[in-house]
Design a protein around this ligand. Structure first.
Ligand code: PRP
Length: 212
């Protein structure tokens, strides 16, 4: 039996659709369930429901053979895993945004305070610019930071753009584009090679069917 770690939140629905298209079924609805471990009815797959940022940690440490996680998370905190497949869904971007009323003048300031849940991506991106900056690390509601006066800019994930618009922020530039990736534990790839490769092949075929 293979174990796959799936991100809670924005990727869960499409991740489960993907498994469903491979014929993997579960007794209960994984999205509404409070249970964090689920077994497919044919007992071929165990699914762990995990916070997105923890998926690479579970896979790297062998808690799961495979994982589905956003590229944004893999770039922010690189993990020692194989990144095997771009699954194509969960498209989003990591962007720099500022308050609508700043009219693109943010980079003219000599010193920038940047609020974000992505300190590593932000550090790397702004280090390449001729600006001085400070990173304000937040865990959520990043869009509030400019209005509360604790930051000049934010770096955050944008999917529909609704959160930026609702909070009167606008994009300044895109740092990276992200989609869901399939990652694999390095040891598992060797020791369970046949099962892992078979599963990846089925996933690829499922994706090809979906895209054709
Ligand atoms: C992300 C991000 C934005 C929002 C953007 O947070 O930090 O707040 O989604 O999505 P939109 O462009 O579709 O409006 P998320 O919902 O992942 O919550 P989190 O704070 O728990 O990471």
């Amino acid at each position: 039996m293979l174990t796959i770690a799936i991100s809670k939140g924005r990727l869960i629905e499409e991740s489960l659709n993907l498994l469903h298209n491979l014929g993997v079924e579960f007794k209960e609805d994984l999205i509404s369930s409070r249970r964090l471990i689920h077994y497919s009815t044919d007992k071929s797959l165990r699914v762990l429901i995990i916070r997105a940022k923890d998926v690479p940690t579970f896979v790297e440490n062998g808690g799961a053979d495979l994982g589905i996680v956003g590229k944004d998370i893999l770039v922010e905190e690189p993990a020692d895993v194989y990144e095997m497949l771009d699954l194509g869904f969960g498209y989003c971007r990591i962007v720099v945004a500022e308050s609508e009323d700043r009219e693109g003048k943010c980079y003219q300031k000599g010193y920038l305070r940047i609020a974000t849940k992505y300190p590593n991506i932000t550090e790397k991106f702004f280090s390449q610019k001729a600006v001085q900056f400070e990173i304000i690390k937040l865990y959520g509601s990043v869009e509030l930071a400019p209005h509360a006066g604790i930051a000049d800019l934010i770096v955050d994930l944008v999917s529909t753009g609704n959160t930026l618009r609702a909070n009167k922020l606008k994009e300044v530039e895109t740092i990276l584009e992200s989609t869901a990736r399939l990652i694999v534990n390095r040891i598992s790839f060797k020791s369970n090679n046949k099962e892992v490769v078979q599963f990846i092949t089925r996933l690829k075929e499922g994706l090809d069917r979906k895209n054709s």
